[in-house]
Ligand binder design. Structure first.
Ligand code: NAD
Ligand code: DAU
Length: 351
């Protein structure tokens, strides 16, 4: 089985590539532009594997995407390449529009061109998984869950760009018959998570005795999924999901942000008893503009139709994650020193 993964040097993409290369034994071509968020160090464990190849290319470059399809001849495409950070999309949306919308169009079009010319058997076996987010659904109140039928209502430039790309992917199925399936997942966490996102930022700031910036009052709720559970879900959906359908992915792990931060502090207090309590570093800061109050996923379609289930609870996953950052300074230290050192993003005057 030949799988073309886009964004495989990112957080979820690298977990997926490790899963496909090591556990599934697929032939993988990882197509990634290596933006600030792409990091080949996350792929050290597979870089020498005979079933792994890397192509540095921008998905917006239509000619290069066509060449990649023609030379690699994938059976499955798993499209993860994106600009993914809400705060950066508030500071400047141009890259989000370009990669998430124009880039997805470019990839869909290259895929259609390739798929149209396959023989009947390969054509009917081909799959294009478009990987998306629960943020396209907007914000929940205290009750209810996001279902696949929940109307789209994105709040940020990031989620609006992902919503647009979801519509493009489904349109390529309905109009051209391209065998597309879409997944919408909740917040991921785990090893190799770029330290601009809540959980790695809190772990690394706490280790360095820096403030832990909680937006607003910290009562916003996210539904956390361990990244390796997501990687398994993605392969399940790509290989067995029904065409033209969407599948929500989540682990039923809703937590308030403030409780997540307290849990990280408590784990670190247990490791570094002389440096605690780390919770003294928690600092309430200006809220994120357009901050969604609550995300919570109903993953029963994926669970009942395709038999996937999250293996980690938040309690087991967060212990593993903190431990991973303690043991892997070689991975995060260069990022903190050379790429992003933790300054606040996504606030602007007048808000
Ligand atoms: P990430 O930011 O860690 O990685 C994105 C990867 O895409 C990077 O390797 C980057 O170099 C690459 N990339 C960016 N622009 C590109 C371009 N123009 N051409 C080629 N490669 C490019 O993102 P992530 O957190 O791993 O998210 C992966 C996907 O999953 C995204 O589509 C995101 O919307 C979606 N998603 C993320 C989460 C989450 O919690 N992180 C949850 C649900 C869905
Ligand atoms: O829900 C899925 C989405 O989850 C993905 O589509 C996105 O790609 C991914 O980045 C993530 O988006 P969030 O905005 O939810 O993640 P982030 O880690 O940026 O923030 C999580 C919550 O923590 C959110 O409510 C904002 C808050 N936060 C974040 C940071 C970085 C803080 O309170 N302080 C912070 O410093």
């Amino acid at each position: 089985m030949r799988i073309l993964v886009t964004g495989g040097a990112g957080f979820i993409g690298s977990a997926l590539v490790r899963h496909l290369v090591n556990e599934i034994g697929a032939e993988v071509l990882n197509v990634d532009a290596l933006t600030y968020a792409g990091n080949l160090a996350s792929l050290k464990s597979v870089e020498a594997a005979p079933n792994y190849q890397f192509l540095r290319a921008d998905i917006c470059d239509h000619a290069r995407m066509q060449e990649a399809f023609a030379s690699f001849r994938p059976d499955i495409v798993m499209h993860l390449a994106a600009e993914s950070h809400v705060d950066r999309s508030i500071s400047g949306a141009a890259d989000f529009i370009q990669t998430n919308i124009v880039g997805t169009f470019s990839l869909l079009d290259a895929a259609r061109h390739y798929w149209d010319r396959l023989d009947a058997c390969s054509k009917s076996a081909f799959r294009f998984l478009h990987v998306s987010t629960d943020e396209v659904y907007g914000s929940l109140g205290d009750q209810g869950l996001f279902e696949e039928t929940t109307p789209y209502d994105p709040s940020s430039p990031y989620s609006a760009s992902k919503a647009a790309s979801d519509h493009l992917a489904i349109a390529w199925h309905r109009t051209y018959g391209l065998p597309v399936v879409v997944s919408n997942c909740s917040n991921n966490y785990g090893p190799f998570h770029f330290p601009e996102k809540l959980i790695p930022l809190m772990i690394l700031n706490a280790l360095e005795g820096k403030p832990l910036p909680v937006y607003g009052n910290g009562a916003n709720i996210r539904d956390w999924l361990y990244v390796e559970d997501h990687a398994r879900a993605l392969f399940t959906i790509a290989s067995r999901g029904r065409l033209g359908e969407k599948y929500n992915v989540g682990g039923r792990n809703e937590r308030r942000n403030i409780d997540v931060v307290h849990r990280i502090c408590a784990i670190l207090d247990g490791v570094y008893q002389d440096k605690g309590p780390h919770a003294r570093l928690i600092t309430n800061v200006t809220d994120r503009p357009g901050h969604d109050a609550r995300y919570a996923i109903d993953a029963s379609k994926l669970e009942s139709e395709l038999g996937w289930k999250a293996q980690e609870t938040f309690e087991t996953g967060i212990e593993k994650t903190v431990q991973w950052y303690l043991e892997n300074e070689w991975w995060w230290r260069p990022l903190r020193e050379n790429v992003y050192s933790g300054e606040r993003l996504g606030v602007f005057k007048g808000r």
